[in-house]
Design a protein around this ligand. Sequence first.
Ligand SMILES: C[S@@+](CC[C@H](N)C(=O)[O-])C[C@H]1O[C@@H](n2cnc3c(N)ncnc32)[C@H](O)[C@@H]1O
Length: 317
Amino acid sequence: MAQEVVAGLIVDDDGVYIDVTTGGGGHSEAILLALGSSGHLLACDRDSAAMNEAGRRLAPHSGRVIFLQCAFSSLTRSAAPHLRRLLQAPDVRVAAGGAKVSGMLFDLGVSSHQIDASERGFSYHRDGPLDMRMDRNAGVPAGQLLAQIKESDLVGLIFRYGEERNARRIARSICRARDEVALNSTADLTRAIEMTNPQMPNKTLARVFQALRIAVNDELGELERGLDAAIELLRPGGRLAVIAYHSLEDRIVKQKFVRLEKGCICPPALPACACGLVPTFRSAGKRRRATEAEIEANPRARSAVLRVYEKLGEVSV
Ligand SMILES: C[S@@+](CC[C@H](N)C(=O)[O-])C[C@H]1O[C@@H](n2cnc3c(N)ncnc32)[C@H](O)[C@@H]1O
């Protein structure tokens, strides 16, 4: 959805933009190509392998891109010195509303590079170590999480993050297997899940792997904190584009911005507003889905939903 992202995101050719999920650098490249010669991009990702990959792809734009390995939750702190420098540099426009960012992109979830690398342990299609961490220097790998988690907590995790109806049966089967021998690989986990049903549909395997990945990377907590960072860092008139791949992510985005778009929270029966809250964001266009052609080229785009918001004024998060 690179063209839709660029069209929705770029409000100022010479502004400063942040791609917080640079991954392989596809969207970052599209943004840099659309910006003018004084437009800059902070290309961020929590995965060091993604940073290397994006570094190669974006090398032709090296004067206008800064690479930052950081998670959404540390974005404000990590980006601050670079934003201060960029926005005070004479060749970068300082927006009227203060030294702030013109646009931010969140293309959520995992990249195809991560899924295709068997040593990362994200895919049930490929045997590899049961890791699933986007940043391999932080957090607890999936194998360790499964070794330590209580069965009742695993039921909740698979049900909430995988939206899987058979969570109880699957969690029991995984816990039985891990109590006999440690689950060290994706194939070990797949076998443990398939013990409940040897003809286990791929959809179920995908849901359980998704659930574990979300837990290992605290993806939903990270998303909440990342959106708060965006709300703070954007300048009035600045845009935020979010591509979500499942309803859990999309719901968080929708709920956060419904509140900011609405402003006043007084009961309708009150004759005049007493809360003083005004709308601070507006939705910039309808939510978008990938075209058939995009889905054909990249089947993962089938579930993608793009939402774009524009900041109207200052917000206290
Ligand atoms: C769908 S991919 C992005 C693909 C990218 N737009 C491209 O064109 O190649 C998502 C990326 O976001 C990163 N990511 C996910 N959650 C993150 C977080 N909380 N903080 C930083 N990066 C994150 C992942 O490591 C992954 O590389």
